[in-house]
Design a protein around this ligand. Structure first.
Ligand SMILES: [Zn+2]
Length: 172
């Protein structure tokens, strides 16, 4: 029995990262979003998933000039991860190229609802000084109320709920 339990423990301990990174079905709930952050050897990798409504206030292809501008502005902002997520300055982290996917970016009208999948990353020159990442987008997008966050580091994995008044993801 003991050896069986040991094997199960090993199997489970290797699961969380794979499970987190898989594009598993997630809930589409307006006001809520999900974030996975993996930190290893000075590299921060993130996947942020959110209903587009949280960032735009609509989820259909833009119908007015204002909506078209909002969508274009969002697309531009997503081009620079430091606009949305801010590692503490001492760690000297630079954003890598990011990738934003949403049916709204290619004008898919079928959905009724639309999600954003946003992959971003940072390279930190001084990873030993990395203490926190602020989810500044919680300040900028009032329709976004909370981000269910999973943080994975070489030594720990934990879940944190980030909110407008609690935007700091503590690393150490
Ligand atoms: Zn929706």
């Amino acid at each position: 029995m003991r050896s069986t339990a040991f094997l199960v423990t090993i199997a489970l301990s290797s699961l969380p990262i794979a499970g987190l990174l898989a594009a598993d079905p997630h809930t589409h709930a307006h006001g809520k979003a999900e974030l996975e952050v993996t930190i290893q050897e000075g590299k921060i990798q993130g996947v942020f998933r959110s209903p587009m409504d949280n960032l735009l206030g609509f989820e259909h292809p833009p119908k007015t000039d204002t909506q078209r501008k909002s969508l274009e502005r969002l697309r531009q902002r997503l081009g620079d991860a430091t606009v949305l997520f801010r590692p503490n300055g001492e760690a000297q982290c630079a954003a890598r190229a990011s990738e934003a996917k949403s049916s709204m970016f290619w004008g898919d009208a079928n959905a009724g609802h639309s999600d954003l999948e946003y992959r971003f990353g940072f390279d930190c020159k001084k990873p030993e000084l990395l203490k926190q990442i602020e989810a500044t987008l919680l300040k900028d997008y009032p329709r976004l109320h909370e981000i269910q966050t999973q943080l994975v580091t070489p030594t720990a994995q934990r879940g944190v709920t980030l909110k407008r008044n609690n935007r700091i993801l503590t690393i150490q």
